[in-house]
Write a protein that binds this ligand. Structure first.
Ligand SMILES: [Zn+2]
Length: 230
């Protein structure tokens, strides 16, 4: 198993994680940085030479989906798997992003990150996945996927991937505080360690008992690694 932080990691935003499991590459999320002083995009050049078979989306916030059209451009045949709620929200959020980019192009001469046609093409690759279930996908032989509600926003999920060469959980953003539209869900499958990837101060492996003492609902996204011991 290999894990590459294409975005996120020690900086905030532009979450994008590439994972090699069962000799296949998958990518989870491709967001933008909303802080306009920094490069908005994850370093997609880190994916060069990797045959990405599938893309997964944890939830529809811009820092997790804003660069998806460019990821789709790089891997146009890769299906994009998301919960139904996330699929619907993505359409709205990306349409909104296009409007903002058009306005900034006119008012501030800022180059848009991508055209409307690329977003439309990307959306045709979106496939629904069940929430709260384990399942396999024909495109990813040897990998079992498990989804769990993450709270946070409508459609948000944590994703678990299990293969003969290892297992990994990508929590996405988790919210443990009640909201008007989203029921709180505490993740059930927290294992031994977390790698908190968007809080520079907290980068690194954090034992779960230590993590629980912190405001972990604000730590996001997190990755839990569990190496196969066979
Ligand atoms: Zn979020």
């Amino acid at each position: 198993m290999q894990v590459v932080f294409v975005g996120g990691a020690s900086s905030v935003g532009a979450s994008c994680l590439a994972i090699q499991l069962a000799e296949q590459w998958i990518v989870v999320d491709a967001g933008v940085r909303v802080d306009r002083k920094s490069d908005p995009l994850p370093d997609l050049s880190l994916l060069e030479g990797k045959d990405v078979q599938a893309i997964f989306v944890t939830h529809a916030h811009a820092d997790h989906i804003g660069a998806l059209p460019l990821l789709h451009q790089a891997f146009p045949t890769a299906p994009i798997f998301a919960s139904r709620g996330t699929s619907l929200l993505m359409e709205v959020m990306l349409a909104d992003a296009l409007k903002i980019m058009t306005r900034r192009a006119v008012e501030e001469m800022e180059l848009p990150l991508y055209p409307e046609t690329l977003v439309a093409g990307m959306l045709t690759q979106v496939r629904p996945i069940p929430v709260g279930e384990s399942f396999t996908l024909p495109v990813l032989p040897g990998i079992t996927i498990q989804t769990s509600r993450a709270g946070h926003i409508a459609g948000a999920v944590s994703l678990g991937f299990t293969a003969p060469d290892g297992s990994i959980v990508v929590s996405g953003d988790i919210s443990s505080t009640p909201q008007r539209t989203v029921i709180v869900h505490h993740p059930k499958w927290i294992t031994v360690m977390y790698l908190c990837s968007n809080q520079p101060m907290e980068r690194g492996f954090i034992p779960i008992d230590k993590l629980k003492k912190r405001a972990w609902h604000r730590l996001s996204p997190m990755v839990s690694l569990k190496e196969d011991t066979h």
